[in-house]
Design a protein around this ligand. Structure first.
Ligand SMILES: NC(=O)C1=CN([C@@H]2O[C@H](COP(=O)(O)OP(=O)(O)OC[C@H]3O[C@@H](n4cnc5c(N)ncnc54)[C@H](OP(=O)(O)O)[C@@H]3O)[C@@H](O)[C@H]2O)[C@@H](O)CC1
Ligand SMILES: [K+]
Length: 500
């Protein structure tokens, strides 16, 4: 597990480290600068004589890191220059102290620095202290850095990227690599920040879990290779691995049901039964002969049969779909995944009572998982899609609380939230997965994991991770252009623990 922090959390952990653990701020700053220097040496030591480093320093402690890095590099024999941006009178105490020390080292700091003479550009304008859009001299500096041709390194956060949301505030530095200090910031993983950050290296500067003082970060992700599936019972039979009921596919939408059912099997479910429109019988039985088939009339008895249920992929919004949803909600209390049109129906006026019923069931302890994409989320929360996109974790949390459920908010970086506790942000997957049917596969994956007895939050996080890994494998075979949902289902669980 890897923590992802907000600016406020990071500042609190800095403060705890200094005030409670007794490690002085200048020590942390020195370690931050040393970590950045280590990285540059790893890349450029072999061509040291030809490496000229230009550091743009703001007036906060991020700028202080930049000054400390300039000193370390100069002492190591690199050609270094520093361009200060901002009013030195207003610089932080640590900045001023770094500036004084720097005067004893051969670092160019005068005003006539020609940017095109440097082949490494370091951005130390703003870190977690960015509080408003970048404008004026700062915006000019960002543009100058972006225009320069050299290798681009950001210290802590690319300037202009909001550490919490990954949004661009005004304009932002486009880095090749970001060396971030202590913990990875959320904004380096969320888009568009992730694109501006380039490759992210998280450096240990002496701020660790001891600095939480009981307040853990509210977001985490899985590192590649860290996801564990439930151990399979060698003596098990198909009943051992769970009976998964899938209500999916209206007339003409059999594909959604096939994809989800396939994904549930590929993830390890023992038995999958598909309840779908009568017209789909033949195509389902040909498309996935391993699945049991039932018509909508057999729904009630199938609810008794099932261990876990998913409803939504391809069901449409017609009366029959609403009736199926009503039956699933009212006639069963078994773990339930709601996706696609099941969510749209809940968001509509004639699904309002059903949504209320579901909320009440969630409050009484029914296991509910909701898997909306941004559009479905916006309908459920009655917010615009850009409001949801701009702060997906916050919106997912609202949904989880409203339904006392696990919310899986799907986007380029999918978020999983429970009512209480930390959110999971997924980092596997690629643009190839933005393709029809990809969400149906995810529903099947989560259903398959639930069927095997995984608890709901874990099935959601693990499911999203595995789905993304399968998408990455599929992109390896077909490129991000060529991935189709069926490829994702085919690649499930193959080498899911392959390291990056
Ligand atoms: N604590 C520690 O010991 C450690 C800290 N570390 C480092 O410190 C960094 C955080 O430092 P920080 O808190 O000083 O904030 P930082 O990002 O430098 O910027 C603040 C300055 O920018 C200004 N400002 C903001 N937005 C602006 C805008 N749009 N346009 C113009 N000005 C703007 C803001 O002005 P103000 O808002 O106060 O008017 C203030 O002057 C952190 O990212 C890491 O690199 C590491 O060394 C590890 C140990
Ligand atoms: K920076």
């Amino acid at each position: 597990m890897k923590y992802l922090v907000t600016a406020q959390e990071m500042k609190q952990y800095d403060k705890n480290t200094i005030e409670y653990l007794g490690i002085p701020g200048p020590v942390l700053m020195e370690r931050a600068a040393l970590a950045a220097e280590d990285f540059l040496k790893e890349r450029f030591d072999a061509v040291k004589e030809r490496t000229k480093v230009l550091i743009f320093a703001g007036m906060g402690n991020n700028g202080g890191d930049g000054l400390a890095l300039a000193r370390l590099l100069a002492a190591d024999g690199y050609a270094v220059a520093v361009k200060c941006v901002g009013d030195m009178q207003r610089a932080t105490k640590q900045w001023k102290s770094q500036w004084q020390t720097l005067q004893h080292f051969p670092v160019k700091t005068d005003s006539n620095i020609a940017v095109d003479e440097y082949n490494v550009i370091v951005d130390a304008l703003f870190g977690v202290g960015l509080s408003r859009p970048v404008e004026g001299n700062y915006a000019d500096a960002v543009k100058e850095m972006n225009k320069a041709e050299g290798f681009k390194l950001a210290l802590d956060v690319p300037s202009g990227i909001c550490s919490d949301t990954g949004r661009v505030l005004g304009c932002a530095f486009l880095a090749d690599v970001t060396v971030t200090f202590g913990f990875c910031k959320r904004g380096l993983v969320l888009y568009p920040g992730a694109e501006y950050a380039g490759e992210v290296r998280t450096a240990n500067v002496g701020i660790g879990q001891e600095s939480f003082l009981g307040q853990e970060p509210e977001m985490y992700t899985y590192e590649k290779g860290s996801v564990q599936l439930l151990k399979r019972n060698a003596a098990g039979n198909k009943g051992t691995f769970g009976k998964a009921l899938l209500v999916a596919g209206s007339n003409g939408m059999a594909g959604a049901a096939i994809l989800a059912a396939k994904a549930a099997y590929r993830t390890g479910a023992g038995m999958v039964k598909v309840i779908t429109a009568e017209e789909n019988r033949q195509i389902i039985q040909q498309g996935i002969p391993e699945a049991l088939y039932g018509s909508c009339r057999q729904l009630t008895e199938s609810l008794d049969w099932a261990d876990v249920i998913a409803i939504g992929p391809g069901i449409g919004r017609e009366e029959q779909a609403l009736q199926c949803l009503k039956t699933v909600v009212e006639r069963s209390r078994k773990p339930l995944v709601l996706d696609a049109d099941a969510l749209n129906l809940l968001a509509e006026e004639n699904g309002r009572m059903l949504a209320e019923e579901l909320r009440a069931q969630g409050a009484e302890g029914r296991v509910i998982l909701l898997t909306p994409h941004v559009g479905e989320l916006s309908r459920l929360l009655k917010r615009t899609t850009s409001e949801c996109k701009d702060d997906l974790p916050a919106c997912a949390k609202i949904l989880a609380k409203r339904f006392h459920a696990v919310a899986v908010a799907k986007d380029a970086r999918t978020v999983v939230c429970k009512e209480q506790g930390a959110c999971y942000l997924n980092t596997t997957g690629n643009s190839g997965m933005a393709t029809a049917g990809s969400g149906d596969v995810l529903t099947g994956v989560i259903l398959g994991l639930l069927a095997q007895g995984m608890d709901a939050p874990e099935a959601a996080t693990c499911g999203v991770y595995l789905h993304g890994m399968a998408g990455d494998l599929a992109a390896g075979l077909h490129t991000e252009y060529g991935v189709m949902a069926g490829d994702i289902a085919e690649c499930l669980i193959k080498n899911q623990n392959k390291k990056a």
